[in-house]
Design a binder for this molecule. Sequence first.
Ligand code: ADP
Ligand code: MG
Length: 766
Amino acid sequence: MNNLEQEKNKIKKINLKIDGISCQACVAKIERKLSRTDGVKNVSVNISNNIGLVEYDEKSIKIDEIFKIIEKLGFSPTKKEDLDLNNEKNKVDENLKKQLKNSKVVIILSSIVMYLSMGSMMGIYIPNFINPRQNLIIFTFTLFFLTTFVMLIAKRFYTVGFKQLFLKTPNMDSLIAIGTSAAYIYSLYITYKIFLTHNLDLIHSLYYESATMIIAFIMIGKYLENLSKGKVSEAIKKLADFQVKKANLIKENEILEINIEDIKINDIVLIKPGEKIPVDGIVIEGASSVDEAMLSGESIPVEKKKDDKVFSASINKNGILKVKTTALCKDSMISKIAKLVEDAQMTKAPIAKLADRISLYFVPAVISIAILSSSLWYLLVKYNFVSVNKNIFEFILTIFVSVLIIACPCSLGLATPMTIMVGTGKGAELGILIKSGEALETLQEIDTVVFDKTGTLTQAKLEIIDIITNNNIKSNEILKVAASLEKNSEHPIGLAIYKNAKAKFKTDETLYETQNFKAISGFGVEAEINKDKIFLGNRKLLEEKIKFNLQEKNKIFEDLEAKGNTIVFLAKNSNFMGAIVLADVLKNESKTVIKKLNEINIDSYMLTGDNKRVATSIANSLGIKNVISEVNPEDKYKKIQDLQKENKKVAMIGDGINDSPALAQANVGIAIGTGTDIALESADIVLMNKNLETLITAIRLSKAIMLNIKQNLFWAFIYNTCGIPIAAGGLYLLTGHLLNPMIAALTMGLSSVSVVMNALRLKNFK
Ligand code: ADP
Ligand code: MG
């Protein structure tokens, strides 16, 4: 194991559920503190589900210490693994129910407060026993009690808000706590004066209705926000829920129904028509068409027969299948996808960092603005620069409260994570796995797509169209020798040759035994048969190994290659035996995809290890102008680097098998259509079905997501920046009225709700 790997092994990743987060300022605070802690490599907290992902070095920091740090900041973390998902869901549901109940009570109480205060001022009917004109004291005390009750229901704002304020890291709750407390305390003072003087005019100075209405609007806003947050994570739950719970195990000719958790590798399960496939495995008997939409987003069923792979959560349409399990339930493809998407939803797009930085300074700035603007107005009025139509103290109180309330940056904080969450969920539904917010943001900026040839532009279903022999060797012998080597190969060429031979010779036994098999990536394969050294691969392989020169046959081969056929050459010791000519079938949609990319100003390149003539011929038929051919897998990434040096933003799309370095080098690496672990790991984005059109959908989705984020940020930002000067007295200069703190609360609640609604629009993306 080299140093790098050892380094990696010490790093642990952990998901934490963090309670007490109410806004982006909290998130920024936790992230800033932890990222400055020794031993913490990476931290990202997502406000849409209050889950933090922490990567830390076990050698230099213990998880307990991380917990302590978070607790010291005023939040309570739990390990996510410790949480039972079902339990969590119940807890969330219960919380929502409680919230709804609380909001209802608050709405009713604050409506009464509102009715009494407004009614008394505007002369609407109020029953005598509580009418200030008849019963001033009862009226005032009723308002006082109702408001106090409402504040008790909303006590969380005060406990969290003031706590954070005293920790010198005020957050959104602090703004609400200070604002409503100011209104409340002033009203208490007026209540006391009413009690002493019985002066009816003083009721105009009561601000109980502001305090209650602010709380009411914000609670409703929070409730709606949480309601839709729940809706979003449903997408992932749906994905995971799609796994069935039971499977029919075949054991000693008996069929037992057992839990899927108890299924072991190599167990055999029976799947009847219409049933969901419970495990990842290989078909050992039967044939059927299988709907894999849950994994690939592709709704056309796939035909499965013996030796084909099937995946948990897909639906067996019409046949009976016997399947041998290849992975435990927790390692199944669908579990991995669900995990991957969930992790992705927590990562941040670079654009979110801006919002984070703003939020961190925003709240203290708002408190300062509130204090400054009310002080300024106080001085202006006191020294007669402006005259106001009411008590100066009430005047500046209104300004102070409105500024605090309208400037809550919570919509700003929600803008990006909300959209990324909905967007990546939608992607998963369409068979597009986006692994990070960063990949998403980069994808919509690309101007160049580099396609791998085999398996990406073509179907990688190669057919042997000819076998050319040398020195009277039988063509069957060539096929037999070639297939004996290729039996060990994973390469599409290898698979094609082996499959063809098997069809021709019916059994495996006619093939030769091979020793010392070696795949030379990008060149071919070699092995020994009865002590003879056999080489099979491209020209370069033979040139290198047997100093081989094609001479007179060259013209034939070049002509075949110019038609787009791949040729592999076979040699025994130092003798050229013959060649196999293979043709691949283009994917139906390849040509349209290239055309569509062209239409949106994205250049297409083809990158292949195959011969130049073959590559050019295929590129021509697809309308690709740029061909990079005869490149070793190891050198493919250098070609991507070259393109990047020309200031191109490059997406590389390949099957992920021997393209990993290139996928990693590209600005965005996209793996296509293979249900393999390598693909999931090596790429930034994985397209779960082989249809290249998904690439276009992915680019469109990334554009839609980024546009959505920008809309959200724009509205949140405009709203906050315009709101502050208006609340700070700007409106008074224009109209002679101050912004009512209740209106401030209403708009502030609405702005969060509108951000959430806008993000949810992405659910309708097609
Ligand atoms: P691609 O870029 O199309 O995926 P590779 O880099 O995998 O191609 O391979 C490049 C060339 O090397 C192939 O066109 C073929 O000539 C030769 N080659 C690679 N693997 C094999 C194999 N298993 N058998 C025969 N030839 C092979
Ligand atoms: Mg390849």
